[in-house]
Design a protein. Sequence first.
Length: 345
Amino acid sequence: MTPRSPGPDRPTTTSPPQSPTPTPTQSQSQSQSPRPGTTSGAGAGARAWAELLRLPALFTVPGDALAGAATTGNRPNPRTLLAIASSLCLYEAGMALNDWADQTEDALERPHRPLPSGRIRPSAALAAAGALTAAGLALAARAGRPALAVAVPLAATVWAYDLALKRTPAGPAAMATARGLDLLLGATATGGSARPALPSALTLATHTLAVTTVSRGETRGGSPLAPLAALTTTGMLAWRLTRTPGASGTAPSRYPAAAPSRRPAADTLRTVLAAAFVTTSGRPLLHAALNPSPPLTQRAVGGGIRAMIPLQAALAARSGALASALLTAALAPAARRFARKVSVT
């Protein structure tokens, strides 16, 4: 263990203290006072769990179900809310399980994380992952059998990614599959079928694949190829979002409910959201491509995660669900604000 360096409240042994010996009352008062820059008691525990679960990233989850629900042609209903709650639980289960599985690596590369720093016990993180998974599946079951039929493979993909696939070539594809299934969960809970949501799920999964590939270099840095590929993917997806059915180079959708709306308001909103998606994801990716250092790569990953919100909103607008698109887009400022306090990577 590395010795702690002397601080203002810990004088060195070679320099005797100049102040008189404190009285018992003074000693007790000093020992109970929190050190500057720290949080004591329940506040410290709450912050540790917020870091473990990466709470700011939660704002990127409801848009999955809302975008999926929009493709069905139905308005969000109570089953949609159950799908959102299920998604939140399964997403946070993955976050807790991720740190539990990465204990050894984080002890070397991220010793400040809640588990290696000792602020949360590994057994507590594993128990939280199990409880959140069970809660997510129970909520999906309440939304109906079609939703549960999607939630089960979604939960299995989350656990397989964290425990086995993360460091394999299949890791990014597994993460992309999980995100696509999350969108399908909203569609099946709302309308009973996943088919109309397949194009939107593929779009979201493609973006997730690109971001997850970049994330492999967030602790050590790496090649500029991954950020460049992700930047190209971002531009391609944004271009596809702004296309209308029958436009040159755009094949008609097999699923009418998933086809972009021709209403001017929806088209305008879709274009604005596509631009926000490009800006949020593209700028940090460009910086990471020019200099793939760990700090810039982490910013690129964070930007890619936050960019899911305007992407989800654009997908909802593409299906003509303006209210869902605006509701999803309204989550972006909160995600950006809380990300300044707790890292999403």
